[in-house]
Design a protein. Structure first.
Length: 299
């Protein structure tokens, strides 16, 4: 229904005898959003639909549905995005047709979606299902795996068998299954976005991450997410930023234990003398990543 023809629900000031209960108004607002998942809806627009102030609408909607109007619309967009991928649309077309406007919006901000309870970490993935897939990239064979919360594993290797063994070692109690693109469109989209970043120098995708580690490791990996492309720092500087200046070896160990290549950019950490230091997936890959980002000269 065009916005100009929509008649807001009556307010107490205009038609007191016809005022709808707040819950009914929130249902009307939800249906209004559902009819326009790809539109940019301001809170003021939705408040007019309900006949309430913007602040009261925000409170009432969250009290009724448990999420804000924006989060409700984002969930609808994500649903449309997944449906579009399953019908064969390209990733780019699906993103924009769903109303996201950019790839970073559909993938979300990783710094808001990382970390896990220590009890889950200790269970080795018990009771969880983890989908995985392999793809040749500009840096060699990549296996990416994801839980329902996001990417938990992204490693380079020589062959699929050895990568599967590494995945089993990391999540010994999880149900692991190879996923076709049609069965897990999000995972396929994330792998495409990462390969585009490596092969065509597109921005590093901000895919949702399900980080698994100790409390200290998680702190290090979260901090690495704030290191921008083109920036490098030493292990000692990373320790200082973490507020643990004496924990240089522990920081280096945490970088070495990172199992999510590129998306958590541990390749941007060097030794204090500027040399490459170590890298879980080989110094050649580290050098190529840094050279592509313009961080260090070829060595």
């Amino acid at each position: 229904m065009p916005r100009s023809h929509y008649r807001p629900l009556p307010t107490a000031a205009t038609e007191p005898e016809a005022v709808s209960p707040v819950s009914d108004r929130m249902v009307a607002v939800a249906r209004y959003i559902e009819a326009r998942p790809d539109e940019s809806l301001r809170l003021a627009d939705l408040a007019a639909v309900a006949g309430l102030s913007a602040s009261r609408l925000q409170r009432a909607f969250k009290a009724t549905f448990g999420v804000s109007p924006k989060a409700y619309q984002d969930a609808l967009r994500l649903k449309h995005f997944k449906q579009a991928l399953r019908t064969g649309q390209t990733v780019t077309d699906a993103i924009y047709d769903a109303g996201f406007g950019s790839s970073s919006r559909v993938y979300g901000k990783p710094e808001r979606q990382v970390g896990m309870a220590p009890t889950r970490y200790q269970k080795g993935g018990e009771g969880e299902s983890i989908a995985y897939a392999c793809r040749e990239t500009a840096l060699g064979l990549l296996m990416m795996a994801a839980t329902e919360n996001g990417v938990c594993f992204a490693e380079f290797g020589d062959d699929e068998e050895s990568l599967c063994e590494q995945l089993k070692k990391e999540f010994p109690k999880a149900r692991l299954f190879a996923s076709k693109a049609s069965e897990s469109p999000e995972l396929d989209a994330w792998m495409t976005a990462l390969d585009d970043h490596l092969r065509h120098n597109k921005p590093r995708p901000n895919v949702p991450l399900d980080i698994r580690g100790t409390t200290f490791q998680t702190r290090v990996w979260k901090l690495l997410l704030s290191v921008r492309e083109g920036e490098v720092l030493s292990y000692s500087e990373l320790a200082r930023r973490l507020g643990e200046p004496k924990a240089v070896r522990a920081v280096a160990s945490a970088c070495g234990r990172n199992r999510i290549a590129v998306l958590i950019p541990c390749h941007r950490v060097l030794r204090s003398d500027g040399s490459l230091g170590g890298y879980r997936w080989g110094l050649d890959r580290k050098q190529r990543l840094l050279a592509r980002e313009g961080s260090v000269p070829s060595q």
